[in-house]
Design a protein around this ligand. Structure first.
Ligand SMILES: Nc1ncnc2c1ncn2[C@@H]1O[C@H](COP(=O)(O)OP(=O)(O)OP(=O)(O)O)[C@@H](O)[C@H]1O
Length: 244
């Protein structure tokens, strides 16, 4: 693993309030280049809200954050060009073929026609999609869609990729394959910021933060967290924290 000593995300006292309710309440952390950073928390803990601020689509109420060197308040557009994002709900267009999806998103990310062609061919080969490249994405199993979706989020070779529960509802073998793709991207220097509800996946991260009611209550390597909470596995760590 090639975690480098360069801060690619810097967050300090970041807060998002909806009226009187603070969905994200003064969170602070840094993420290093090439790191796989797990962003955990129970439903409603504030993960998606925090992630939306970091990808430049939601303005924070207060605090500071820099992503890929750009300020979330003043340079949200630059952030969007330098990151990839795979959201929980939106994956790909079901009524476009695999190749059409790649071409469409390549265009959105500003790739040139030849680059899109090269990337599509590379991706189809790497994912073994030759036989299904002209099929509608809607006809493919969820696990395939997720893998294509991840590759599409990486089309423009972003410095960081944000994955919001990328493996939700997918079988364990496909989840494992998905994580192999994550490792490969991290080895190549891409920073991975990932939320998950699967605690076995938390073990695969370099460091993990755990959010409870808008605050980060723990942040360390899986090994250190297990020691700190005298737990056998990340599931126990999570339960101890979430239950208070
Ligand atoms: N636009 C909004 N207006 C008001 N409240 C909101 C808004 N968006 C989110 N919230 C609230 O903020 C809290 C955190 O929500 P968020 O979606 O960030 O949690 P999460 O940790 O991502 O949960 P999940 O795992 O279910 O996606 C929730 O109580 C949610 O109802």
């Amino acid at each position: 693993m090639s975690v480098r000593d360069e801060n690619i995300i810097e967050v300090e006292g970041l807060t998002k309030a909806f009226g009187d309710f603070k969905a994200v309440n003064e969170i602070s952390f840094v993420v290093k280049r090439g790191e796989i950073f797990g962003f955990l928390g129970a439903n409603g803990a504030g993960k998606t809200t925090a992630m939306k601020m970091l990808i430049g689509i939601s303005t924070p109420t207060s605090g500071k954050a820099k992503v890929a060197g750009f300020d979330v308040f003043t340079s949200a557009e630059d952030i969007k060009k330098n990151i990839g994002y795979m959201s929980q709900k939106f994956a790909l267009y079901d009524d476009l073929t695999v190749r059409e999806n790649i071409t469409f998103f390549g265009g959105i990310y500003g790739l040139k026609r030849q680059q899109i062609k090269n990337k599509s061919n590379q991706l189809i080969e790497e994912l073994g999609l030759e036989d299904v490249k002209n099929q509608l994405v809607g006809s493919l199993p969820l696990g395939w869609k997720q893998k294509i979706s991840f590759s599409v989020a990486m089309l423009h070779e972003p410095k960081i990729v944000f994955l919001d529960e990328p493996t939700g509802g997918v079988d364990p073998i496909t989840r494992r394959q998905f994580w192999e793709m994550i490792y490969k991207a991290a080895d190549e220097g891409t920073t991975i910021f990932v939320t998950t509800h699967y605690m076995d996946e938390a073990e695969y991260c370099n460091r993990v933060s755990i959010m409870v009611n808008g605050k980060i209550e723990a942040l360390d390597t899986p090994q250190k967290l297990k020691e700190q909470f005298k737990a056998d596995n990340m599931n126990d760590v999570f339960l101890k924290l979430a239950r208070g």
